[in-house]
Design a protein around this ligand. Structure first.
Ligand code: CTP
Ligand code: MG
Length: 446
C-alpha cells in the first residue's frame, strides 16, 4: 500500500498581493514550492508526490521538477477554483484502491519531516488525522455585530495546519459526497467532520510550520529560513572534487581550516593572504591573484573571503589610521572582491564572513561590529544584483570561534565555549555547494 503526498499549489495568493502566486516566490534561493516538495521528496515514508498546480503555471512547475530532479513527483495536475476542488482533483487522480494520503499546502515550506512521520503512523490507528497547534491567544467568538458571543475554553482550541492525512477510501468518499451535496469547507478534515464520516485525530504541529498568507509572512519566511539555516545546507562534500576554490585570508584561523578541509575533499585550493603578497584592501593585488588562478585553471568555482581584523578600544581613544585600516580590511576587502568576482565566477559562489555582533553594535569594538553589519547588507544587495548571472553570495555568521584573532583579543577562554574552526569550515563548504543566496548562515556549537 502506497503513501501519497498531494501538494496543493493552485491558489492565486491574492492576499500576499504579489505579481505571482506566493508558492512561486523565491526565498533563500528557491521557490516556496521547491522547498515544500523537497521535504516530501526526501522523506522515506512517502512513495509518490502529486502536485496540483495553478493552471497558468504548469510549465514553471514542470521546470521546477526537472531542475531539482525530484524523483517522486509522478503527476502535475491543473488545479481548481477553490482549495477543495484542487484537493479533489489530487485525490481522484489516484488509481489504486487503497493507500494513505497526506494533503499539504504548498505555501507551508517549513514542514518538518517529524510531522510527516507522525501523520503516517497515526493513520494506523485513525482514518483521518489533522495537524494543529495550541493557541497562545484567547479566541473569542463574535456575532455579526462584532459582539462577543462566547469565549470558549482555550485548552480545547487549536489552530489547524497541514498536512492532513487520510485513508484513501475515506477522503475519496468525502469528496464525492461533497460534490453531490455542494458542501463548502476550508480544508479536507473539515469535510470529514461536516459529513461525520470518522473521528479526526489531531497531532501536534509546530510554530515553524507557518502558512504564507499575507505580505508580512513572506518577510517572516525569509527570516525563518535564516534561523533555520543553522544546520540547513547539508551537502555531499565530495562534490568539491576538482572545484577551484580561492580563499582570501587563508593563512590562519577559519581560512586555513577551509583550505585544509576542501583539499581533503579533492578541491583545488588557491589560498592568498598578506603573507603571500595579497592584501584585500588592494584591488590590484586581488585582481592579479584571480588572474593567475584563472589563467591556470580556466575557471574559478568559488571565492571565500575570511580576511578580517578586530581591534578593541573606545572609538575616541583610537588612532584614526588604525580605524581606517580596520574598515578597509573588513569592509573594503569584501567590496573589492565583490567588484571583481562576477568576471571570474561562472555560476559560482562567493562567501563572506560576519559576526554575531552584526545585529547589535558592541561597545569597545564598534568598528568591527559595524563593518560586520555592513557586510550582511552588502551580501543581501549583491544577491539581488547577481540573480540573473546565477552567482550565489552568502555570509557566514559563526558564534565565537577558536581562532588566533579571538585569542589575541579575548585571551584564553574555556575550549568548550568556543566553536571549532573546522565546524565553521564545514558550514562554509556546505553553503558553497548549496543553492542559497543572500543568506546569513548561522553556525552554532553543536
Ligand atoms: N490552493 C489550491 N487551489 C485553490 C486555492 C488554494 O491549491 N484554488 C492552495 C494554495 O496554493 C495554498 C493552499 O491551498 O497552497 C492554502 O490556500 P491559501 O493560503 O488560501 O492560498 P491562496 O488561495 O493562493 O491565497 P489567497 O486566498 O490569498 O488568494
Ligand atoms: Mg485561498
Amino acid at each position: 500500500m502506497k503513501t501519497y503526498a498531494i501538494i496543493l499549489a493552485s491558489g492565486k495568493g491574492e492576499r500576499t498581493g504579489l505579481d505571482i502566486p506566493k508558492q512561486f516566490v523565491k526565498i533563500a534561493g528557491k521557490t516556496v514550492l521547491e522547498h515544500t516538495i523537497n521535504t516530501f521528496d526526501k522523506h522515506t515514508g512517502i512513495d509518490e508526490i502529486i502536485i496540483v498546480s495553478n493552471p497558468d503555471y504548469i510549465s514553471l512547475t514542470e521546470d521546477i521538477i526537472k531542475r531539482n530532479d525530484f524523483k517522486k513527483v509522478k503527476k502535475i495536475l491543473a488545479g481548481g477554483k477553490t482549495r477543495r476542488e484542487s484537493s479533489y482533483i489530487g485525490v481522484s487522480s489516484i488509481e489504486e484502491e487503497n493507500g494513505k494520503v497526506l494533503i499539504h499546502d504548498a505555501v507551508r515550506p517549513f514542514l518538518q519531516s517529524k510531522i510527516i512521520d507522525e501523520c503516517i503512523s497515526a493513520l494506523d490507528s485513525y482514518k483521518a488525522v489533522d495537524v494543529a497547534i495550541n493557541s497562545a491567544d484567547t479566541i473569542v467568538k463574535v456575532d455579526n455585530k462584532n459582539i462577543i458571543e462566547e469565549i470558549p475554553e482555550r485548552k480545547y482550541l487549536k489552530r489547524g495546519q497541514t498536512p492532513q492525512a487520510f485513508e484513501l477510501q475515506l477522503i475519496r468518499k468525502a469528496h464525492e459526497l461533497a460534490n453531490n451535496n455542494n458542501i463548502t469547507v476550508t480544508d479536507d478534515c473539515g469535510l470529514i467532520v461536516k459529513l461525520k464520516l470518522a473521528d479526526v485525530y489531531v497531532i501536534n504541529g509546530d510554530d515553524f510550520n507557518r502558512k504564507i498568507t499575507y505580505p508580512i509572512d513572506v518577510a517572516i519566511a525569509d527570516k525563518l529560513f535564516q534561523l533555520n539555516s543553522i544546520n540547513a545546507p547539508k551537502n555531499d562534500l565530495s562534490k568539491l572534487k576538482d572545484k577551484v576554490l580561492v580563499i582570501f585570508g587563508a593563512s590562519k584561523g577559519i581560512g586555513k581550516a577551509i583550505s585544509e578541509m576542501a583539499k581533503d575533499y579533492g578541491a583545488k585550493i588557491y589560498g592568498f593572504s598578506r603573507k603571500t603578497g595579497v592584501d584585500v584592501t588592494e584591488f590590484k593585488q586581488i585582481q592579479k591573484a584571480l588572474d593567475e588562478v584563472y589563467s591556470k585553471e580556466n575557471k574559478i568555482d568559488y571565492i571565500v573571503n575570511t580576511a578580517g581584523l578586530l581591534r578593541m578600544g573606545k572609538l575616541n581613544c583610537r588612532e584614526i589610521d588604525d580605524i581606517i585600516e580596520e574598515v578597509k580590511i573588513n569592509y573594503m576587502g569584501c567590496v573589492n572582491i565583490a567588484q571583481l568576482a562576477p568576471k571570474y565566477l561562472n555560476k559560482g559562489s562567493l562567501i563572506f564572513f560576519t559576526s554575531s555582533s552584526y545585529t547589535r553594535g558592541r561597545a569597545l569594538y564598534s568598528i568591527y561590529s559595524s563593518t560586520k553589519a555592513a557586510i550582511v547588507n552588502l551580501t543581501q544587495a549583491l544577491a539581488e544584483e547577481w540573480e540573473n548571472e546565477h552567482i550565489n553570495i552568502n555570509v557566514i555568521n559563526p558564534e565565537r570561534t577558536a581562532t588566533p584573532m579571538r585569542l589575541e583579543n579575548f585571551g584564553k577562554e574555556p575550549e568548550d565555549t568556543l566553536l571549532k574552526a573546522e565546524t565553521v569550515a564545514e558550514a562554509c563548504l556546505n553553503t558553497l555547494l548549496s543553492d542559497y543566496t543572500g543568506q546569513v548562515i548561522d553556525v552554532k556549537r553543536r
